[in-house]
Write a protein that binds this ligand. Structure first.
Ligand code: NAP
Length: 253
């Protein structure tokens, strides 16, 4: 760790911190010295992660599918810990549906979690970052928003929206000292793939062949980039979107 990625005395909120990429991000931020607030719906999972963290972690449960949940979570965070320096908007759900299968309820659900709550939590916590002299928002997007994935039109739409909001919020809040960036994971081994693993035979093997680095990613591959954007190591980077995908989006194999 260098001085620029030391997060001692910073407070970070990680959504979806109970497993997968959010869990790895929470662990990385804690290891770098930050106090981490973990959110998700499942207390037992959050407690398992928090139990390993060393900087007085806090658990706040929230169901980000609910109307008003992003704003309510921001208010609770400010009331309980005074605000944050770092926000990792990681919680998200997949939505593998062909255009013919898709229902309005599917669209409402995936946009509620992946887009609406992400934005309302960000705008709810921004003022506390400004009061502290600035901060960093790291949005976990997806390569699905960069390309045209088959059978995932609604999910791709949410992630394209995340990248667009990343740029717009970075423009609004750059002058106030808040940087906003997004990370587009490729295929990362987490529970999010469970449904696809069961419904699309051979998917896992097929996808690995499409990655120039010839392997699936793991959550730590993403958490290291979260740490970069969260810390002063990226102090002159804002409004950016980076694919962390083993070269899958840009390169031909
Ligand atoms: N894994 C990949 O290959 C991949 C690729 C591209 C992008 N991503 C993105 O990376 C992010 C994390 O994905 P992951 O693979 O780590 O998924 P995951 O293992 O399924 O974890 C999702 C997290 O989000 C939380 N969450 C889900 N629904 C929620 C809700 N309604 N309210 C609050 N929290 C909720 C879950 O906790 P609870 O269930 O306890 O609420 C869990 O902590 C997502 O935004 C996803 O779109 C992942």
């Amino acid at each position: 760790m260098t001085e620029s990625n030391d997060l001692t005395s910073r407070t970070a909120l990680v959504t979806g911190a109970s497993r997968g990429i959010g869990e790895a991000s929470a662990r990385a931020l804690d290891a770098a010295g930050a106090r981490v607030i973990l959110t998700g719906r499942t207390v037992a999972d959050l407690e398992r992660v928090a139990g390993d963290l060393g900087n007085d972690p806090v658990i706040i449960t929230a169901d980000l599918a609910q109307s008003g949940a992003g704003t309510a979570l921001a208010e609770q965070v400010v009331a309980q810990v005074g605000g944050v320096d770092i926000l990792v908007n990681n919680a998200g759900i997949p939505m593998r549906r062909t255009p013919e299968q898709l229902t309005e309820a599917d669209v409402d659900l995936v946009f509620a979690i992946n887009v609406r709550s992400l934005l309302m939590l960000s705008v709810g916590l921004g003022p506390s970052m400004i009061e502290r002299g600035g901060g960093s928002i790291v949005n976990i997007s997806s390569i699905a928003g960069l390309s045209g994935p088959l059978g995932r039109v609604a999910y791709a739409g949410t992630k394209g929206a995340v990248d667009a909001m990343t740029r717009a919020l970075a423009a609004d809040w750059g002058p106030k000292g808040i940087r906003v960036n997004s990370i587009c994971p490729g295929i990362i081994t987490t529970a999010i793939w469970e449904e696809s693993r069961q419904t699309v035979p051979g998917l896992i093997e097929d996808l690995a062949q499409k990655v120039p680095l010839k392997r699936w990613g793991d959550s730590d591959d993403i958490a290291d980039v979260v740490l970069f954007f969260a810390s002063d190591a990226s102090r002159y980077v804002t409004g950016e979107t980076i694919a962390v995908d083993g070269g899958m989006t840009r390169l031909s194999v």
